[in-house]
Design a protein around this ligand. Structure first.
Ligand SMILES: Cc1ncc(COP(=O)(O)O)c(C=O)c1O
Length: 408
């Protein structure tokens, strides 16, 4: 009989990984206080604003505007920046659809750019060559928690006179040259959805240092209101993207653990780099020396099927999961989504732009295709384990490699 767990053998991983979400009496007490206070929404409440200040301060930013989720954080950001019909925004081809969807939400065109083979984040050189007369902004996604090349992107944005948005949905407390993500461009957006590095089930926030931009973000997220003005005065188009006091109560407790948890994941990530790097055919996403903390939404490594008896990545993932190593599915490249291949995205564009040809969709995207087809993502929850957990992950990879012939 095969030793592989996929065929009935004993799995490598017997001890479970830590449970997620992490919570304790702090969340329970905070929720109970909200319940008893009778103030459940932000407008008369205090908890959302306290959380906004604390989260922004944790990242070294002056302002935080809490919203309903990470998708809305991006939508509020592009609207507050005044991006609209006729504009183009550079977006990495490898990301969750919301990064491009936010651009479409204001009638602008997301121009897809391939990602760098090492970081899996938007490639700065390709971004430079994708800039045209209508480009007004670019969105850098810090994939899996590892920052994009912020030196090159900040320099490019300055040179081209475009805005840099950081989509930090994976990267709470990650650092580039010791400076937290979300503060390198005009603004940073975060998600607090259940799988993210801190969570209230759903939630999001935008952080910025720019006072004027903060006012516009606040207005867009609250029906076009202005602080200090009459409740029924609406000065611009906005919608209701407000976070509730419940979410803020939970997130304030979660924030207290963020630093310790992200340090732990960074350290476990470094250990996994070493352990998995020693397995033939496995290449971890390299840690750029300028990334001084990778909070690791996922530990990403690439599998070379040649070293695994030519077995495809999908099958290898099945075998690894059976050994007890969790895998989080990588994103399909955006240019392959029906949204783009069917032309449905055009319905969001103004007449003229909708009929134009968009040649970037015919480009080759080897980086995002590899990221989708050859990567294994160990989720952040597993990285909260101990050194023994990391060693067992590596043992599972080595076991699957040794027995890969049986999977063919
Ligand atoms: C890179 C990225 N951006 C934005 C989002 C959207 O966040 P949310 O799910 O909170 O709407 C996600 C969520 O998975 C994401 O991975």
């Amino acid at each position: 009989m095969s030793e592989l767990a996929l065929f009935g053998g004993p799995p490598v991983k017997a001890k479970p990984f830590p449970a997620w979400p992490v919570h304790d009496e702090r969340e329970r007490a905070a929720l109970s206080e909200v319940l008893d206070s009778g103030v459940w929404w932000r407008t008369p409440g205090t908890r959302v604003s306290a959380f906004e200040s604390a989260f922004a301060a944790h990242h070294g930013a002056r302002h935080g505007i809490a919203v309903t989720n990470g998708t809305h954080a991006l939508e509020v950001a592009v609207a507050a920046l005044g991006i609209g019909p006729g504009d183009e925004v550079l977006v990495p081809d490898s990301t969750f659809v919301a990064t491009a969807g936010a651009v479409l939400s204001v009638g602008a065109l997301p121009v897809l750019v391939d990602v760098h083979a090492d970081s899996g984040c938007i490639d700065a050189e390709l971004a430079a060559s994708a800039i045209g007369p209508r480009t007004v902004a670019m969105i850098a996604v810090h994939m899996g928690g590892h920052p994009a090349d912020l030196d090159a992107l900040v320099e490019l944005a300055g040179r081209a006179g475009i805005v840099m948005i950081e989509d930090c949905a994976h990267a709470h407390a990650s650092r580039w040259r010791e400076r937290p993500v979300g503060t390198h461009g005009a603004l940073g957006t975060f998600s607090f959805q259940m799988s993210k590095l801190m969570t209230a089930g759903e939630g999001g926030i935008v952080i910025t240092d720019d006072d004027d931009l903060a006012r516009r973000l606040r207005s867009v997220h609250d029906c076009g209101r202005r602080e200090g003005e009459w409740f029924y005065a609406h000065f611009e188009y906005g919608s209701n993207f407000r976070m509730t006091e419940w979410q803020a109560a939970v997130l304030s407790a979660q924030l207290e653990r963020l630093d310790e948890q992200s340090r732990r994941r960074h350290a476990n990530g470094v250990l996994l780099d070493e352990l998995l790097g020693a397995v033939e055919g496995v290449t971890p996403q390299p840690l750029d020396a300028r990334c001084t903390r990778n909070s690791h939404y996922a530990h990403i490594s690439y599998l070379d099927s040649a070293a695994f008896a030519g077995v495809g990545c999908e099958r290898l993932i099945e075998a690894l999961v059976a050994e007890g190593v969790p895998n989080q599915a990588a994103y399909p490249p955006l240019h392959e989504l029906d949204l783009f291949t069917s032309g449905a995205y055009r319905r969001r564009l103004m007449p003229g732009a909708a009929e134009e040809s968009h040649p970037f969709l015919q480009a080759e995207f080897p980086g995002s295709v590899r990221a989708a087809r050859e990567a294994f993502w160990v989720p952040q929850t597993a990285l909260l384990g101990d050194a023994e957990d990391m060693e067992e992950i590596a043992v599972a990879f080595e076991k699957v490699r040794r027995h890969a012939g049986e999977l063919a």
